[in-house]
Unconditional design. Structure first.
Length: 148
């Protein structure tokens, strides 16, 4: 037990206090001192844009754009990728959009999209994933006779 306690992240749930980086990235993440401001700005702007968006595709683009911003801020000392994808999933559901999963097969393309901040390629990546998920939901409803 003593060894596993030593591996705990004692800063969990708080913004980073030390500089961090993304392995293989050609940019620097936000500094610890600017992280709270950038996170607040990021989520306020995203919320405003989502509230004023006119279509599902516009909402998806906003969510994807802010996912890239979140990952580039890299606000935590650990778990930024998982947290960012979880936030993206929650935002899709909150906005009545079909969620999607970035599979292992898509990881390299996803990482390249993040590196290049390429929203259009991100949309191109997730559109078929969304359609695939819609089909899975329909099949699940049919097989389970549920009203979701």
């Amino acid at each position: 037990m003593g060894g596993s306690v030593n591996r705990l992240n004692h800063n969990a749930g708080n913004f980073k206090t030390d500089y961090n980086y993304i392995r293989g990235a050609d940019f620097e993440t936000s500094s610890p001192s600017e992280t709270p401001y950038k996170m607040n700005e990021c989520f306020e702007n995203m919320s405003f844009q989502l509230k004023n968006s006119n279509s599902d595709i516009e909402k998806i683009k906003i969510i994807l754009e802010y996912h890239i911003k979140f990952e580039r801020i890299h606000p935590f000392s650990d778990g930024n990728g998982r947290t960012g994808r979880l936030i993206m999933l929650a935002l899709m559901l909150e906005n009545n959009l079909t969620p999607f999963v970035i599979t292992v097969e898509n990881r390299a393309k996803y990482m390249d999209i993040l590196r290049n901040q390429d929203i259009e390629s991100f949309v191109g990546l997730v559109e078929p994933l969304i359609e695939e998920e819609k089909k899975r939901i329909i099949a699940f409803k049919k097989s389970s006779n549920l009203q979701i």
